[in-house]
Structure formats: C-alpha cells, structure tokens
Design a protein. Structure first.
Length: 127
C-alpha cells in the first residue's frame, strides 16, 4: 500500500457534508500539510503515539500550571490535526485547572474517550 492510499482523497463537498460526524477534519489536515500525504500520515502517527503522554501529563499534574500546560499542549496538537471536538474538550480542561480531584478525573475521562475516538479513526485511515 502506498502512503497516498492511506489517507482517503475526498472532495471538499464530500468532506463538508460529513465533517461534523468525523473526529478529524481531513480538509483542514490537508491544508495544514499543503496536501503532502506522507506528512499527513507522519503527523497522524505522531499524534497516535503521543496521545498517552498527554493523558499521563494531566494525571501527574501536581498544580494548576502543570494541568494548564498539559491541557494546552493537547489542545494545540488536536487542533493542528483538525480534531476539533478533542481540542474543545482540552480547552475546557485548561479552563478547569482549579477543579478538585473529582473534576479533574471527569475531564481526564472525557479526554480519554475523545482520544480513543480520534485514534480509532486514525487506525481506520491507516488500515
């Protein structure tokens, strides 16, 4: 399988019609990478590999600054790929840095679920 075959080619009309249902905005990703399919695949793989690191940083955050920094990093990474829903959840987590342990655990659960959704979609694209 060629690298080009790993990421489906969509028309803008197809992508717009179904984008709200997708965990990744493939049109955004294509624009972000200037249509470089191998770069798209590399970025998706990097996100897939790093996703657990973001969660671990949130879990290990000893103070509000560490929590905010971890959530901010995840937000940037998600939005860079076009994972808008995940980016929004990360932004919410960033705002909720002062939450108690239960609030943080809730946010980590939401983030894990969103990451799982994005990663499953990445896996499907790569299959």
């Amino acid at each position: 399988m060629t690298v080009t075959a790993m990421v489906p080619k969509l028309s803008v009309a197809d992508a717009s019609a179904t984008q709200a249902e997708r965990p990744l905005d493939l049109v955004h990703l294509s624009r972000y990478t200037l249509g470089n399919r191998s770069l798209e695949v590399e970025l998706l793989g990097l996100f897939r590999a790093q996703a657990g690191v973001y969660v671990a940083r949130l879990q290990d955050a000893a103070n509000e600054k560490e929590w905010k920094d971890a959530a901010h990093s995840l937000k940037g990474s998600a939005r860079g790929l076009g994972a808008w829903a995940l980016g929004d959840i990360a932004e919410e987590a960033e705002r909720r840095a002062g939450d108690d342990a239960a609030g943080r655990a809730y946010m980590i659960g939401r983030i894990r679920d969103a990451i799982d959704t994005v990663n499953l979609y990445i896996d499907e694209l790569m299959a």
